[in-house]
Write a new protein. Structure first.
Length: 419
C-alpha cells in the first residue's frame, strides 16, 4: 500500500470515528449522569450491589459486543442478506434462562437477599444481545448517523430510568427493572431504524452457520476479556468487602475507568491501518497518546479528588476519595490493554487475549485467597493482573516475528467508509 493510499484510508477511518464519537461521547457523558442519579437514589450499600450485578451482566452480555463486530463485518461484506437476527434471539433467550437458573449463585456473589434481582438482570440480556446485533448491522450498512442516534437514545433512556427510580424510590430490583425497560425501548428504536433490512428467517447454509459460530467465538474471546478485566474487580469488591465499602469502590471505579472509555475511539481508529500494515509504530503512537490523555486526567483528579467524588456520589461516598488516583492508574493500564488487544485482533491474532483471560483468573484467585481485607488490596490485585497483560503485550509487540494473515478478519474494513 502506498503512503498516499494509507493516509487516505486513515483519514476516512478517523472521519468515521469522529462522527460516531459524537453519539458515543454523548452516551458516555450521560452514563456518568446515570451514575450520579442512581448512586444517590440507592446509597452506597445498594449501589454496590447494583454495580456488582451490572458488572456481572456486562460479562454475561459479552456476546452483544461480539455480535456487533460480527454483524458489522458480515453485512459490510455480504449486504442485507446477512442481517439475520435469529441467532442473537436464540442466544439472548438462552442467556435469560441460564441466568435464571444461576440466580441463587449470582445473588450470593452480589450479596443480595433476593434472587429476583439477578433474575431481572437476566431478562435484560435478550434486548442487550439483540441490540448489539442490530447496532453492528447499522455499522455494516455504513449508517453511522443512525448508529450515533442509537447511542444517544440509549444514554438518554438509562438516565430516564435512573430518574424514575430516584423519584419512586423503587430500590435495587426496581432500578434494575427500569434499566431493562430502557434496553427494551432501545431495541424498539433500533428495530424501527433497521426494519427495512433486518429479518428473522435463517437462510444461510450449514457451512455458513459454522463460520458464524467460529467468528462469534473469536470475537467473544478477544473483546470479551476487555469487559471481564474492567468488571471483575467490582464484583470481587462486592463479595469480599462490606456493603458500604463495595459501594464506595464501585463509585470510584465509575470514575477510574474513564481512561478506557475516553480512549476507545483511538483504539478503534487505528484498526484499518493495522489490518493492512501491522505497523508497531501505530500501536506505540496510540499507546503514547493514551498515556498523555491519562496523565491529563490524573492531574485534574489529583487537583481536587474530593470535588469529583462529591459531584458523582455526594457526601455519602467521601471516604472513597483516597481510592481515586490509584484507580486511575488501573484505568490507564486497562486503556493500554484495550489498545494492545484491539491491535492484535486487527492483525488476526489472539494470543494476548488468552493471556488476559489467565490474568483475570489470577486476579480472582489472589483476591479470594489472599488479598481481601480492604479496598486497596482488591485494587492492588487488579493492578498486578492488568499490568502483567500490558507487559506481555509490549513484549509481544517488540519481540514478535510479524503479523499473521488478516484476510479472515474483515471487521476493520468497514471502518474505512463512514457512510
Amino acid at each position: 500500500m502506498s503512503r498516499q493510499t494509507a493516509s487516505f484510508v486513515w483519514a476516512k477511518a478517523t472521519s468515521s470515528q469522529a462522527f460516531l464519537g459524537i453519539g458515543m461521547g454523548s452516551a458516555s457523558a450521560l452514563g456518568y449522569l446515570f451514575v450520579l442519579i442512581l448512586s444517590r437514589a440507592l446509597g452506597p450499600g445498594d449501589f454496590g450491589a447494583f454495580s456488582s450485578l451490572n458488572s456481572i451482566g456486562m460479562v454475561l452480555a459479552i456476546p452483544a459486543g461480539a455480535f456487533q463486530v460480527m454483524f458489522a463485518s458480515r453485512i459490510a461484506r455480504r449486504g442485507e442478506k446477512a442481517f439475520d437476527l435469529r441467532l442473537p434471539l436464540l442466544l439472548g433467550t438462552a442467556g435469560v434462562l441460564i441466568t435464571a437458573v444461576l440466580s441463587p449463585v449470582l445473588a450470593h456473589v452480589a450479596r443480595v437477599e433476593s434472587v429476583w434481582a439477578p433474575v431481572v438482570l437476566g431478562l435484560g440480556l435478550l434486548p442487550l444481545i439483540v441490540n448489539g446485533a442490530m447496532m453492528g448491522g447499522l455499522l455494516g450498512l455504513r449508517r453511522v448517523g443512525a448508529l450515533s442516534m442509537v447511542y444517544l437514545f440509549m444514554g438518554l433512556s438509562r438516565v430516564l430510568a435512573a430518574s424514575v427510580a430516584h423519584a419512586l424510590g423503587v430500590g435495587l430490583t426496581g432500578s434494575l427493572a427500569l434499566v431493562v425497560l430502557a434496553s427494551v425501548l432501545t431495541t424498539i428504536f433500533l428495530w424501527w431504524l433497521c426494519r427495512g433490512q433486518a429479518h428473522l428467517p435463517w437462510s444461510s447454509v450449514t457451512a455458513s452457520r459454522v463460520h458464524v459460530v467460529r467468528m462469534l467465538f473469536r470475537s467473544n474471546s478477544s473483546m470479551g476479556v476487555l469487559m471481564a478485566l474492567t468488571s471483575v474487580d467490582v464484583v470481587l469488591a462486592r463479595y469480599v468487602l462490606s456493603p458500604v465499602e463495595s459501594g464506595e469502590y464501585a463509585l470510584v471505579a465509575s470514575l477510574g475507568r474513564a481512561p478506557v472509555w475516553v480512549t476507545q475511539f483511538l483504539a478503534l481508529a487505528m484498526v484499518p491501518a493495522l489490518a493492512r500494515s501491522g505497523s508497531p509504530k501505530s500501536i506505540l503512537r496510540a499507546g503514547g497518546v493514551v498515556l498523555g490523555v491519562c496523565a491529563v486526567g490524573a492531574g485534574a483528579a489529583a487537583a481536587a479528588p474530593e470535588l469529583w467524588i462529591g459531584i458523582l456520589g455526594g457526601a455519602a461516598y467521601k471516604n472513597a476519595t483516597g481510592l481515586l488516583l490509584p484507580y486511575l492508574a488501573l484505568g490507564t493500564l486497562l486503556a493500554l490493554v484495550q489498545v494492545l488487544i484491539v491491535a492484535e485482533v486487527a492483525q488476526g491474532r489472539h494470543l494476548l487475549a488468552k493471556v488476559a483471560w489467565c490474568a483475570a483468573i489470577l486476579e480472582v484467585v489472589l483476591c479470594l485467597g489472599f488479598f481481601r481485607d480492604n479496598a486497596f488490596q482488591v485494587l492492588g490485585t487488579a493492578v498486578v493482573a492488568t499490568g502483567l497483560v500490558v507487559v506481555f503485550g509490549l513484549a509481544e509487540l517488540f519481540l514478535g516475528k510479524g503479523r499473521t494473515d488478516t484476510t479472515k478478519d474483515d471487521a476493520a474494513a468497514l471502518l474505512t467508509s463512514p457512510q
